[in-house]
Design a protein around this ligand. Structure first.
Ligand SMILES: Nc1ncnc2c1ncn2[C@@H]1O[C@H](COP(=O)(O)OP(=O)(O)OP(=O)(O)O)[C@@H](O)[C@H]1O
Ligand SMILES: [Mg+2]
Length: 423
């Protein structure tokens, strides 16, 4: 069809994904679930029904206690050796390349069903840096994701940095000559693009920069500081012989607080190690909670409780005192999380995110005062600590809130029609 792009724009996010395409240059987002244009990047391998459930349904299965394996934040695994590790899922050996590919294939299917069109090619977003501290892993992540797209049935895929897509979607926010800074704080990464509005000539992307730090890291930090001590982190374990003690090893708590690591904890070896810790614990009540978490596979439920507590503590209009609700672990177990306490825990992370934006502007030979507008997108840009850190770094800039959850896919949809040379 003339004017209709056969390239699908895909924002494959750590927490949420979305797809769209262009009709006569106008972005159209596709409903990937009834009435919803975003899909949580989550899968549930349903052991009973022997099928994979995607998105909100996956979360319902997890919360409902169905038998099976839940996974979220898979994008964070790209580039790591875990991608090539395979495990038995629903009676089949699958590695994480195949798991991510099945999610992308589901997006493709849903887009094709909703539009009655075939999408052979994809224009995918990518963070500026998948791994900002490791160049080899960063390159490997893109290789992995490319392989996932091919396995998902796309003949070809091209990539656009996510904040550049957001700049495209927000080009009308700036007056001609204005300098804008996209601040895209997502689930796994924080990404920045500096761009100038050139009037009729469109926008000029000056530079982009990114950091592997986002909302799932906030969740981990909050969990480690405020929840894991209630499960025995930092607690003393008696030696089998003698009267000496040592602190419980950290690794299991760190993994339990990290979305993408949780599915790997439910092994017989890990359960046995934790049973031993509880047996010799000075505070067995705490370590017994950890035993229960591994036994009943409650890691994701706890991560969701932390995330919900984070969002509640961030809501300045909330009436109830913010807390992390851990009833799933023990009836009535609640951890207070006042806004000031959360800010204290996350301040350092927020400052290191803002520092990347400051560095980007300096590298472009510009001053913070040259930036006219900060354009906030991504779910974690709603965090008060981010707001404060960015305002400190750019006190003169005006703040504009873009479409937090759809700015990137809007930009990808716009760019999709020109992503591949016409054949
Ligand atoms: N109201 C809110 N307040 C604070 N944080 C929020 C809010 N709503 C969502 N978030 C957080 O935003 C994050 C998800 O944002 P988003 O959907 O933009 O990420 P993503 O695009 O999937 O990730 P990435 O771009 O990093 O791959 C999650 O960590 C979530 O907890
Ligand atoms: Mg994103």
């Amino acid at each position: 069809m003339a004017g209709v792009s056969s390239t699908l724009g895909i924002d494959f996010g750590t927490s949420n994904s979305a797809v769209g395409y262009a009709i006569n240059g106008v972005p159209h987002l596709i409903d990937v679930e009834a009435g919803e244009n975003t899909l949580p990047t989550a899968l549930f391998f349903d052991a009973e029904e022997k099928r994979i459930i995607y998105g909100r349904g996956a979360q319902r299965s997890l919360i409902g206690g169905d038998e099976g394996r839940y996974m979220r934040a898979l994008k964070s695994l790209l580039g790591t050796s875990l991608m090539r590790e395979s495990r038995m899922l629903l009676g089949k050996r699958m590695d994480f390349i195949a798991i991510v590919a099945s999610f992308l294939a589901e997006l493709k299917n849903r887009a094709e069903t909703a539009t009655g069109q075939t999408f052979d090619r994809a224009l995918s977003g990518r963070p500026v840096m998948f791994h900002s501290a490791d160049a080899a892993r960063n390159a490997q992540a893109l290789t992995d994701l490319t392989e996932c797209y091919h396995l998902a049935g796309f003949k070809d895929v091209r990539f656009m940095p996510e904040p550049e897509a957001a700049a495209l979607a927000n080009r009308a926010v700036l007056a001609p000559g204005d300098l804008g800074l996209i601040v895209d704080i997502g689930g796994g990464t924080s990404d920045f693009t500096l761009f100038r509005q050139q009037g009729d000539a469109g926008i000029d992307i000056l530079a982009s920069k990114g950091l592997r730090l986002g909302g799932t890291d906030f969740d981990r930090e909050l969990s480690l500081h405020h929840v894991m001590p209630h499960l025995g982190m930092g607690s003393q374990i008696k030696h089998v012989f003698g009267s000496e003690t040592h602190a419980a090893p950290h690794a299991v708590f760190t993994d339990l607080a990290t979305w993408q690591k949780i599915p790997f904890l439910y092994t017989r070896e890990q359960r046995r190690a934790v049973d031993d810790l509880a047996k010799y614990a000075v505070e067995p009540d705490l370590l017994n909670r950890l035993v229960k978490v591994l036994e009943d596979e409650l890691g994701h439920d706890i991560a969701f409780a932390v995330e919900a507590g984070k969002i509640a503590a961030n809501d300045t209009g909330a009436t109830a005192p913010p807390e992390i609700k851990l009833d799933i672990l023990e009836r009535g177990l609640r951890v207070p999380l006042p806004a000031a306490m959360m800010a204290a825990t996350l301040n350092e992370m927020a400052n290191s995110i803002a520092q990347v934006a400051t560095d980007l502007v300096a590298q472009a030979d510009l001053m913070p005062a040259d930036v006219n507008k900060l354009i906030f997108v991504g779910g974690s840009s709603l965090m008060g600590v981010i707001d404060m850190a960015m305002r400190r770094a750019f006190p003169q800039a005006e703040l504009h809130r873009g479409a937090a959850m759809t700015a990137i896919v809007d930009g990808l949809a716009i760019a999709a029609s020109d992503a591949f040379p016409a054949d």
